[in-house]
Design a protein. Sequence first.
Length: 525
Amino acid sequence: MTEKNSTIASFQLSADRFDAVVLDLDGVITQTAKLHAAAWKRMFDDYLAKHKQQAPFDIDSDYRRFVDGKPRYQGVRDFLASRNIDLPYGTPDDSSDQQTICGLGNRKNELFHAKLFSDGVETYDSTVSLIGKLRQRGIRIAVVSSSRNCQAILETAGLIELFDARVDGVELQKHHLAGKPAPDMFVEASRRLGCVPERSVGIEDATAGVQAAKAAGFACVIGIDRGDQARALYEHGADLVVNDLAELPISIDCEETLAANRLPSALDCLNAIIGRDDREPALFLDYDGTLTPIVPRPDQATLSDAMRTTLQCIGELCSVAIISGRDLADVRQRVGIKNIWYAGSHGFDIAGPAGQRNESQQGREYLPALDRAEQSLRDELANISGCLVERKRFSIATHYRQVAQNEVASVKQAVDSIHADHPELRLTTGKKIFELQPDIEWNKGKAIRWLMRTLKMDSAQFMPLYIGDDVTDEDAFRELKPDGIGILVSQENHPTQASYRLDHPDAVERFLNLLADKLIRLRHG
């Protein structure tokens, strides 16, 4: 084992050691470094040609030595000093044709924006994937960049919601902070995250950034070697150097939850969700509260024509399955799309578009107990106004959404008592609902895995993506956490295993339409 591999193997990026990770933008998160380098070269070469300087700006050496990771005007000054050129500093308001440090810097910015508009933003998928895993673990994330274009770049890439804090070139000027290699940006980032440097990790690809994170007192500084500069990164203070962040060992406890209000919006992060690897998405969807709004009575939950059209469209682009607590026949009738899979009763009853069927044999053994519990619930709750007992094949749902607040405790007491009489059943809760189900190792997450095996969807080739809104959907989020994506539909703040959120079913429809558009673009190159 090489010394480098030995160092990586002994490192563990985990929440018990670190509270925060602060990442540079260009060259770490986005591949805009090459756009910056091209803009710098164009600006300096034009200037040098006019002043009869023979050697043009060299991207391989001059970019990394004099401008990479530094505030723009400082980069101009340092490069010109290397050529013994002395220009007046000027002011940030100088026009791009003025022969001042600020004027040249503003010209570079114009060129960069032109390339950003024409070329777009590429991201490092391994970095985006790492950020998602760290957020799931509860580690706070910040981005630092000397660029004043940081926000625009993140918005263009669809990554803005992934970060709890941002310290960029705009913030440098606003708060009079020194640029890299000074430690100010990293110190400020950890402060905004509410963390201390001693429990923070800095990730940089430039020697100036590595120096800055080290000087800030960060517990660990990781350098990314994008251009044969591992030795230089180590010499400037890196504790560990990797070629790509996919090499980092990361400790992720799948039982860890995150507060829902800390989840990034799936609408803002579509590129991160789908662009993270080359796997084909496999889409699994809850029904009530996800495809339709929550309504007073379950029989009122009607799928809109617009949502049905959206599902039909995306069903032609990738595999789609509806995983619902409703009975199989009920959810199939309500959705009414033939070319997708359906799983009713939280996955106990599954059917496919070509007549495939999987009804839980083990679940059938519990039908007599469910029959007895159903009758007891109807007898006990008959006099409570607004209480609805809904029998499904493999479960019994007691709805109390329309029950007066002072009667809810009576409903719960009755359900608890009947559950105690039937220990072979398990009691689950949801949005204004108590539900009794067979107490066996089966849930929505297990149903998704069964479907993936049946459809021969290897997780190396397919990325499962589940969207749901309720407590029973947490089983699916937990099951998919190692290799898939969970999206919670909620505006409430509660612990969740999901990685992203959407506020309501209308947002789900928008997300699915955006997903369909992206899949069409990918299919056509």
